[in-house]
Design a protein around this ligand. Structure first.
Ligand SMILES: [Zn+2]
Length: 267
């Protein structure tokens, strides 16, 4: 019996202005590809309105997060207090129609610059504390900062932290250290389809019960769409690449990762 299992895109920015001319069509294509949930990370106060509008328009499909992205703080350290106050306020009193499923995306990004590394770390620690206070999972962004990330997360070891390492591209050692911190999942996206993919090479050593699918659209398109805009319907290419690397059927990967995503984010 062939049952096509629904998919969850656990990290997508379909509210991005790159979809302003064809968002409805992109949503239709995602549904047709079997994507039954879109988890929408927050970035900062400049993206809240678009994210929330999308949640109100597609309440059956979309689940919003709340948080401040590390790159925002790197670029605008002067926004620090205001951004954290916004997150704190929305957690305490969610705007109408917003049931936040996670705090994210939060994290460390040292790719362009690490001039504000201390500020990024301060914001991350604060938001991890709120995740524990509100019983929410976290969605963590890490770029060129895996060692620093592991060290910071290890401060929280044993406190019941749970969440997802979005677009995981660390080493096996990072995977194990993060797994020892708490109840963590690992987001696999477009890079798993690339020829020289480090995360694809790691997959056989990772527990399938810890994997979730994501596109991070409009960024990180899978093969055969590299260089183009990514979208949630392309999640099937991620599913199929994982299936190939693990010797599973696409449907088995869908079933496992969708169960994982619901366990992580709730309904
Ligand atoms: Zn993202």
């Amino acid at each position: 019996m062939m049952v096509t299992m629904g998919l969850v895109d656990t990290h997508c920015h379909l509210y991005d202005e790159q979809f302003d001319t064809d968002r409805a069509e992109a949503v239709t294509r995602a549904r047709e590809a079997g994507v039954e949930r879109l988890v929408l990370p927050a970035i900062d106060h400049t993206t809240d309105a678009a994210q929330r509008q999308m949640v109100c328009q597609y309440p059956d499909l979309c689940r919003p997060m709340i948080g401040v992205h590390p790159s925002t703080l790197e670029e605008h350290p002067e926004w620090f207090a205001e951004e954290l106050a916004r997150v704190e306020r929305d957690l305490a009193t969610p705007p109408e129609g917003m049931k936040f499923c996670a705090i994210g995306e939060i994290g460390l990004d040292f790719y362009w610059s690490r001039a504000q590394a201390a500020l990024q770390q301060q914001a991350l620690r604060q938001q991890l504390e709120w995740a524990l206070e509100y019983g929410l999972p976290v969605a963590i962004h890490t770029r060129d900062a895996w060692d620093a990330m592991c060290r910071l997360l290890e401060e929280f070891r044993g406190r019941g932290l749970r969440g997802v390492m979005h677009s995981f591209c660390g080493t096996l050692e990072h995977y194990r250290r993060i797994g020892a911190v708490g109840d963590f999942y690992f987001g696999i996206g477009g890079p798993v389809t690339y020829k020289k993919s480090a995360v694809a090479a790691l997959l056989p050593a990772m527990d399938p019960a810890r994997l979730v699918l994501e596109t991070d659209c409009p960024y990180l398109p899978p093969v055969p769409f590299r260089g183009k805009r990514n979208e949630s319907s392309y999640l099937i290419y991620v599913r199929d690449a994982i299936a190939q690397h693990l010797g599973l059927t696409p449907d088995e990967v869908a079933q496992i990762t969708t169960q994982n995503a619901f366990r992580l984010f709730g309904a």
